[in-house]
Design a protein around this ligand. Structure first.
Ligand code: ABU
Length: 363
């Protein structure tokens, strides 16, 4: 059945087919989380976020919402249906302080939207912001499958104490990443949805801080008709979320962060199926914006609208230039002042519907 804006349908099998319906996050009531194991392992030692927590300043929340609203309006003008989550009170004790990025929580695979387990304690309740939408989609689309992975206990057993010192240093972090020794243990299945990239029949999953091997095995058993492949990026000292590291643009073309190159033996699978992996352009900035724990590589955290059109953050001049050379029409989107609220253009969205069916790109 063809897509129509008046009828809710959930379907998205990959990262690049024509986008028709999307969720764009909101920054309302966003907090900097207090100290906790998995988050502390990701926040760089010299980050201005260290030692700070509590509600983000209202003017930064307002600015982030302005940028997110503009992004949503631009998508609507291009004919994309945009839904927004429902903010909840994140300041209550034992609730989630971090809410903006739907991509981290919601994994859309075909007609299913799966709520990830998550791996930060501060993000345990984040799925609640999306429940009104999930309920609406379920009422309106009889083919929609709303699934939730088992909620983890997130006790101290889930985290390696070694990672919790502030003075590990980059060299040791890189050694540990190369050895696949991450802050999360194998106590129970853990994954964030943003560690998963959808390539039709293949799900490519980053093993790192936010997704452990049991999480990947859980996904394998949950999606028995897919091939679930684990990947690693040894050059990343803070390996969370694959979408500032490995970015498919269209069938046969992937951008890879040059500081986090996919190891040769893992490239083989892509090469032998005629996928070209090119180094992403350098970020335009040397540092992330204030109170942001993501890296400057949000430059490559883009939203593909269709195999010829891509949204890129407007200040990322080198990334836009590279996209142009790769034959993509570039839609610049001003979002940098919202990065601190959880990430870039891919992070702050979640697919609901893209054209296309489940193809095998690795036959
Ligand atoms: N959520 C994507 C952040 C990855 C990075 O900091 O590079």
């Amino acid at each position: 059945m063809n897509w129509s804006p008046d009828k809710t349908q959930v379907k998205s099998w990959n990262e690049w087919d024509t986008l028709r319906h999307v969720i764009v996050g909101r920054a309302d009531d966003c907090h900097i989380p207090p100290e906790e194991p998995a988050l502390d392992a990701k926040v760089p030692e010299d980050s201005d976020m260290r030692g700070q927590w509590g509600r983000r300043p209202q003017e930064t929340i307002d600015r982030a919402n302005e940028l997110l609203d503009n992004f949503a309006d631009m998508l609507r003008k291009r004919g994309v249906r945009v839904d927004r989550p429902t903010p909840t009170d994140f300041s209550k004790p034992v609730t989630t302080p971090d809410c903006m990025p739907p991509r981290d929580v919601l994994l859309t695979v075909g007609h299913e939207i799966l709520e990830a387990t998550m791996s930060y304690r501060c993000r345990w309740f984040e799925y609640l912001c999306y429940r009104p939408l999930m309920q609406q989609y379920w009422e309106e689309d009889v083919n929609f499958r709303h699934e939730a992975a088992p909620k983890p206990r997130l006790t101290d057993e889930d985290y390696h104490a070694d990672y919790l010192s502030e003075k590990i240093g980059i060299e040791k972090r890189l050694k540990w990443t190369a050895e696949k020794f991450f802050v999360t243990t194998e106590e129970e299945p853990l994954f964030d949805a943003a560690d998963v990239l959808r390539f039709g029949k293949d799900l490519i999953v980053q093993h790192g801080f936010t997704t452990n091997l049991k999480g990947i095995e859980w996904l394998r058993r949950h999606f028995p008709d897919h091939r679930v492949r684990a990947v690693n990026f040894p050059g990343d000292p803070y390996p969370i979320h694959i979408d500032a590291t490995f970015t498919p643009l269209r069938p046969g073309l992937i951008l890879n962060n040059p500081n986090r190159r996919l190891p040769e033996e893992q490239r083989e699978y892509f090469k032998k199926n005629d996928w070209e992996i090119v180094d992403a352009a350098q970020p335009a900035h040397n540092t992330p914006p204030p109170l942001c724990y993501s890296s400057t590589w949000l430059s490559m955290n883009v939203l593909v609208l269709d195999p010829k059109t891509v949204c890129v953050e407007a200040s990322e001049i080198y990334q836009m230039e590279q996209m142009d050379k790769l034959g993509m029409e570039v839609v610049p989107v001003d979002l940098r002042d919202a990065y601190a609220f959880g990430g870039g253009l891919h992070c702050c969205t979640a697919d609901v519907y893209r054209d296309g069916e489940c193809e095998d790109y690795f036959p």
